[in-house]
Design a binder for this molecule. Structure first.
Ligand code: HEC
Length: 208
């Protein structure tokens, strides 16, 4: 069992998936290597493989069982103080640039909500696609795509204005694959994320 072989194991789909979803601690690769190297023993490839798969499976299952319980009141304060409302609308406050969150609790599951906050680019639903346009005079416009047909493209910009552009007047237009939402993973603790998720889950659209 050599190191190269181990690297290959660690880049197996299961491990890669777990890492991409940030379920594996980023130092895990190194730690596994150090342990194996330090032990001075040789390892059976299959045994290591099984361990790695088990680690990955464990890391996948862990967040599901070990999520701290959230506190909705604290979550509400966090949402109000974390710029979420710069892009989102809840009830009568906030911006219409991003999706309205007033009834998000009845539309999305806990897991989807959590991922929306920590890994927003993983699955941006098509209705939230953003576009970047360059008009013939060189002006760059970005906004959320509302609609497009063969001749025109409609969007809502950061100032919440609805705009329509004739494609013949554009130098280029690109639908962005990634959303505009920044990841809050490094800005919030697991507890804070849990609080936010609990608060968002409570938003069912009734209290407007
Ligand atoms: C810069 C603008 C911006 C900020 C700031 C922002 N979001 Fe978002 N958010 C978006 C956009 C745009 C989307 C649509 C999909 C995407 O881009 O990922 C989105 C998607 C979401 C979704 C999923 C909505 C759905 O319909 O599935 C949730 C939940 C969410 N945001 C919560 C938050 C929370 C909580 C905060 C604050 C911690 C926040 N957002 C901050 C722009 C933003």
């Amino acid at each position: 069992m050599n190191l190269q072989c181990l690297w290959r194991l660690l880049s197996m789909p299961t491990c890669r998936f777990a890492k991409r979803k940030n379920l594996l601690p980023s130092g895990l690769n190194l730690r596994v290597l150090c342990v194996l190297r330090g032990s001075g023993r040789t390892f059976d490839v299959r045994a290591v493989e099984v361990c790695v798969v088990m680690l990955a499976a464990l890391a996948l299952a862990l967040p599901l069982v070990a999520q701290p319980g959230g506190d909705a009141a604290s979550g509400r304060r966090l949402v109000e103080s974390s710029q979420c409302l710069d892009c989102h609308r809840i009830g009568e406050t906030g911006s219409r640039l991003g999706p309205d969150l007033s009834d998000i609790g009845s539309r999305r599951s806990t897991d989807v909500l959590r991922r929306a906050i920590v890994a927003p680019d993983d699955d941006v639903v098509p209705e939230h696609r953003f576009v970047r346009l360059v008009t013939k005079d060189g002006t760059v416009v970005a906004g959320r795509l509302l609609n497009q047909d063969a001749f025109s493209i409609q969007l809502i910009n950061a100032d919440e204005q609805l705009k329509s552009y004739l494609k013949s007047n554009l130098r280029e237009h690109t639908i962005l694959e990634k959303g505009l939402m920044p990841s809050f993973e490094s800005k919030l603790t697991a507890q804070q994320v849990a609080d936010m998720v609990t608060y968002l889950e409570s938003l069912k659209g009734a209290e407007k």
